[in-house]
Design a protein around this ligand. Structure first.
Ligand code: HEM
Length: 136
């Protein structure tokens, strides 16, 4: 039997991150909790804080009861599309990290190359003037 579960990317789920439209991802499942925000005994802020990531740890840490877990299922709208596991921007930041220091060094060098060049340039001009003044 093919499943009829709707798949969402983390990117798509993360776009629903306001009090008027809020989706959370818990253990690979996507929940539209918009109508539950005001009712949640743990408050509405916690939902906004965990948008854009899998909040399984936060959900477990709160020690939810069996009835909370049953209630949660009524908000399930689909599952996470695991073929695109993370938000692209986060991937790029992660990939950049190992070369971060080298990159910074390069940037600084590129930015301040003018300093040694001007020092040499000014020395040459001053040297020239000095020679001209005192050689005559
Ligand atoms: C659809 C998802 C969720 C449902 C249906 C839900 C439901 C509930 C319910 C019914 C309670 C009362 C206690 C209990 O019965 O266990 C509760 C408490 C709590 N929830 Fe959730 N919850 C959800 C998601 C979350 C998430 C993602 C977080 C954290 C990021 C969270 C944090 C808390 C906290 C901290 C409490 C304890 C409040 C207190 O006793 O002071 N919940 N939740």
């Amino acid at each position: 039997m093919p499943t009829l579960t709707k798949l969402y990317t983390m990117q798509e789920a993360s776009e629903h991150n306001t009090k008027d439209d809020c989706w959370v991802v818990i253990d690979g499942k996507v929940y539209d909790v918009t109508t539950y925000l005001d009712e949640h005994p743990g408050g509405d802020d916690v939902f906004i804080e965990v948008t854009g990531k899998d909040a399984a740890d936060e959900f477990e840490d709160a020690g939810h009861s069996k009835s909370a877990r049953e209630l949660m299922e009524t908000f399930c709208i689909g599952e996470l599309d695991l073929s695109s596991p993370a938000i692209p921007e986060l991937e790029i930041v992660k990939k950049k990290q190992p070369t971060d220091l080298a990159q910074k060094l390069m940037d600084t060098t590129m930015q301040y190359w003018a300093v040694p060049v001007s020092v040499v340039g000014i020395s040459v001009v001053v040297g020239f003037l000095y020679l001209r003044l005192f050689m005559h």
